[in-house]
Design a protein around this ligand. Structure first.
Ligand code: ADP
Ligand code: TRP
Length: 332
């Protein structure tokens, strides 16, 4: 039986944090075991905001190295660059003809920027380029060109996925047949939200993150910054309400968790000790991936080769789709 297709796009936005790893990267890589997975670096999307060529280039290598170091197997999963599959832009142009402008006016990413401008008393469209405004159309093209069954995304992307479905349905309705498969969003479970240094959701916007790959010493330093209450060493402690323990659970098995929980409850263990335990576990899990990352980030030609091969295969599939659509729409 043919495997179902899973597709997602990743914006190159710098070193991900542990929340991104457990919430997005690991689930997508795990999904690739059962699905025919196609994962790409959304570099044209990134161009909307990053105008420094060297910065953009570095971020593209960085995101590719992260995913490869985290276990993405390029011989099983298509890993490619959006900009290297130009058929996407053919489709994006086609989809423009089916996308009501009003739909774009409602997109969160665009509306958020308008709201910032209004707050600052600026023109509503200040600093907004057409790339940002039409972003959901390009995203729909990224997706629909490969007819995926599922699209793993974060909650913030659900609205964009709904727009993709709206646009695909408009095309299917117009031609009276299923030119596109209707994709399904696979949203990260909210129950798995990783907490940050201050106990809130780990997020770049809260400045409470632990970056995924840090040298051992730096990782230790940041773990020591986790916020705790002022209980003394002697006092028994509750693992269930503790930020350190919440992170510890991500890196350990049940037995290790039961053991540490018992030491919490018995008293006599200070927060410094708990942090040290967490740090050692984290480091032992992350070190092999970090070493692989360090190796890959210094081997740009290997990454180039992976992305070139992946993009070539992706283009074969995409160009068949475009040929089919051109016929169906009367463009050839
Ligand atoms: P940030 O909040 O740091 O800006 P993003 O919004 O860029 O993170 O998230 C990228 C991906 O990582 C999304 O799929 C999102 O659901 C996931 N993610 C981000 N933070 C967390 C977290 N603390 N716990 C679990 N998943 C997360
Ligand atoms: N918009 C997504 C983000 O900001 C990235 C993205 C671009 C994407 N194209 C996609 C995600 C297609 C899933 C499918 O994170």
């Amino acid at each position: 039986m043919e495997r179902k297709i899973s597709l997602t796009g990743v914006k190159p936005t710098g070193m991900p944090h542990i929340g991104n790893y457990f919430g997005a990267i690991k689930p997508a890589i795990d999904l690739a075991k059962d699905y025919d997975a196609r994962y790409f670096i959304a570099d044209y999307h990134a161009l909307n905001s990053i105008k420094d060529p060297e910065e953009l280039r570095s971020m593209i290598y960085e995101v590719a190295a992260v995913w490869l170091a985290c276990g993405l197997d390029p011989s099983r999963t298509l890993l490619y660059r959006q900009s290297m599959v130009p058929e996407t832009f053919d489709l994006s142009t086609m989809l423009m003809a089916f996308t009501p402008k009003g739909l774009m006016n409602r997109a969160h990413a665009y509306k958020a920027q308008v709201a910032v401008n209004q707050e600052r008393g600026k023109d509503p469209d200040d600093g907004i380029n057409m790339g940002l405004f039409t972003y959901p159309v390009l995203m729909a093209a990224d997706i629909l060109i490969f007819d995926p069954h599922v699209v793993p995304v974060g909650k913030d992307q659900v609205q964009h996925l709904e727009m993709t479905v709206d646009i695909a349905e408009a095309v299917n309705r117009t031609y009276g047949k299923e030119l596109f498969r209707i994709p399904e969003a696979r949203v990260n479970a909210e129950t798995k939200v990783v907490t940050g240094l201050d106990g809130r959701k780990m997020s770049k916007s809260y400045d409470n993150t632990i970056p995924l790959f840090l040298p051992r010493k730096k990782l230790q330093k940041i773990v020591m910054k986790i916020v705790t209450n002022s209980q003394s060493v002697e006092e028994p402690k509750d693992p269930e309400t503790c930020n350190i323990f919440a992170l510890y659970k991500l890196f350990t098995d049940e037995k290790q968790q039961t053991d540490l929980a018992a030491r919490y409850r018995a008293g006599g263990m200070g927060w410094g000790h708990a942090k040290q335990e967490l740090f050692e576990q984290m480091d032992s899990i992350l070190a092999p991936m970090r070493d692989e990352y360090d190796r890959l980030i210094n081997d740009r030609s290997y990454i180039d080769e992976v992305l070139r091969k992946g993009s070539e295969k992706a283009r074969e599939i995409a160009s068949r789709k475009i040929t089919f659509l051109r016929k169906e729409m009367g463009l050839s």
